[in-house]
Design a protein around this ligand. Structure first.
Ligand SMILES: [Zn+2]
Ligand SMILES: [Zn+2]
Length: 305
C-alpha cells in the first residue's frame, strides 16, 4: 500500500507540473491574442488565464502538503488542504467570470472592433487542445487516486475548453455574418459556465471541510459490515466516516459476547477493520471500539448527538 501510494504521488506531481507549464505558456499566448485582436471573448479568456496561473501555483504547493505525513502537530496528516485548494480554485475562477461579465457588457455598450482574427483563432484552438488533453488526464488520475485536488483542476481545465469553444464559435460566426455582438455574447455564455463550475468546486470544498459523508461510500461500508458481523454472530453500531482529501477515516463499535477474552475479540475486530480498509483502498484508516453485550449503549454518552 505504501509503495503504491508513492508512485501515485509521483504521477500526480508530474501531472500538476504539466498543468503549471501549460498555464504559463497559455497565459502568454492569450494575453498576446487579446491585445492584437481586441475581441472581448479572447480578452475574457486572457483574464481567466491570469487567475488560472495563480490557482495552479497554489494547487502545486497544496499537493505537496497533501502528501506530507502526519507529524507532532498534525496527527491526522495535512490532506485537508485539498479542500482549501479546490475552494480557492472555485472562488478565483468565479471572480474571473465576474470580470468577464463586466468586460463583455462594457464592449456591448462601447462597441466592438475585432482585428487579426486569424491569430486569435489559432491561439484559442491551440489552448483548447492543450486544456482538453490535460483536463481529461487530470480527471482520470484524480478519480483513480481519489484526489479532489486533481479532479478540481481537471474540471477547471475542461471549463476552459468550453470557454475556448465559445470563443471559436463566436469568431467564426462574426467572420461569416459580420455581426460583432457574437463576441460579447460568447463571453457572457462562457462566464455563466465558469460560475457554474466555480459554485460546484466551492460547494464540494465546503462539504469536505465539514466532513460531509458520502452516501454511496456509506452504503458500501454498511453492506460489508453487515456481512462481517452476521458471519461472526456480532453486531455493530455508531458507524462514522469521513474523507479528509486523501484518506478515508472510519470508526464503529463492535459488540461481543461477555465471556470472550480481550485477545479473541481484538482478533475478530482486527480482521473486520482490515476488510473495511481493503474496501476503501488505497488509503483508509479504520478504528473500532470493542464492547461487551452487557455494556452495550451504556458507554455511548460521550458521542451522543
Ligand atoms: Zn482556467
Ligand atoms: Zn457502543
Amino acid at each position: 500500500m505504501q509503495t503504491g501510494d508513492v508512485t501515485s504521488y509521483d504521477e500526480q506531481k508530474k501531472m500538476m507540473y504539466f498543468s503549471l507549464a501549460a498555464a504559463l505558456v497559455l497565459l502568454g499566448a492569450k494575453v498576446a491574442a487579446a491585445v492584437v485582436t481586441g475581441s472581448s471573448a479572447i480578452y475574457s479568456d486572457a483574464a481567466e488565464s491570469v487567475v488560472h496561473f495563480l490557482v495552479v501555483c497554489f494547487a502545486v504547493w497544496a499537493l505537496r502538503m497533501v502528501h506530507k505525513p502526519a507529524d507532532e502537530s498534525h496527527h491526522f496528516g495535512h490532506d485537508k488542504i485539498s479542500f482549501l485548494s479546490a475552494g480557492f480554485e472555485g472562488a478565483m475562477i468565479s471572480a474571473a467570470a465576474l470580470l468577464i461579465f463586466y468586460e463583455a457588457i462594457r464592449q456591448m455598450i462601447g462597441g466592438v472592433r475585432i482585428e487579426n482574427l486569424g491569430f486569435g483563432i489559432m491561439v484559442t484552438a491551440g489552448a483548447a487542445v492543450i486544456n482538453l488533453t490535460l483536463g481529461v488526464s487530470l480527471l482520470a488520475l484524480g478519480k483513480r487516486s481519489g484526489s479532489l485536488l486533481l479532479r478540481a483542476n481537471g474540471h477547471h481545465l475542461l471549463t476552459d475548453v468550453w470557454s475556448s469553444v465559445a470563443v471559436l464559435v463566436a469568431l467564426g460566426l462574426y467572420r461569416f455574418t459580420g455581426w460583432v455582438w457574437w463576441d460579447p455574447i460568447a463571453a457572457i455564455l462562457a462566464a455563466i459556465n465558469i460560475l457554474r463550475v466555480g459554485y460546484k468546486l466551492i460547494r464540494e470544498s465546503l462539504g469536505g471541510l465539514l466532513d460531509e459523508s458520502d452516501p454511496i461510500i456509506e452504503k458500501r461500508i454498511r453492506h460489508l459490515l453487515e456481512a462481517e458481523v452476521s458471519k461472526r454472530g456480532l453486531s455493530y453500531h455508531n458507524l462514522r466516516h469521513r474523507h479528509s482529501g486523501k484518506t478515508h477515516w472510519i470508526e464503529f463499535h463492535l459488540v461481543f459476547d461477555d465471556f470472550l477474552t480481550v485477545g479473541q475479540a481484538h482478533d475478530e475486530a482486527t480482521e473486520i477493520e482490515a476488510s473495511v480498509a481493503a474496501l476503501l483502498h488505497p488509503d483508509a484508516r479504520v478504528i473500532s471500539h470493542l464492547e461487551p453485550k452487557s455494556a452495550e449503549h451504556r458507554d455511548e454518552r460521550w458521542e451522543e448527538r
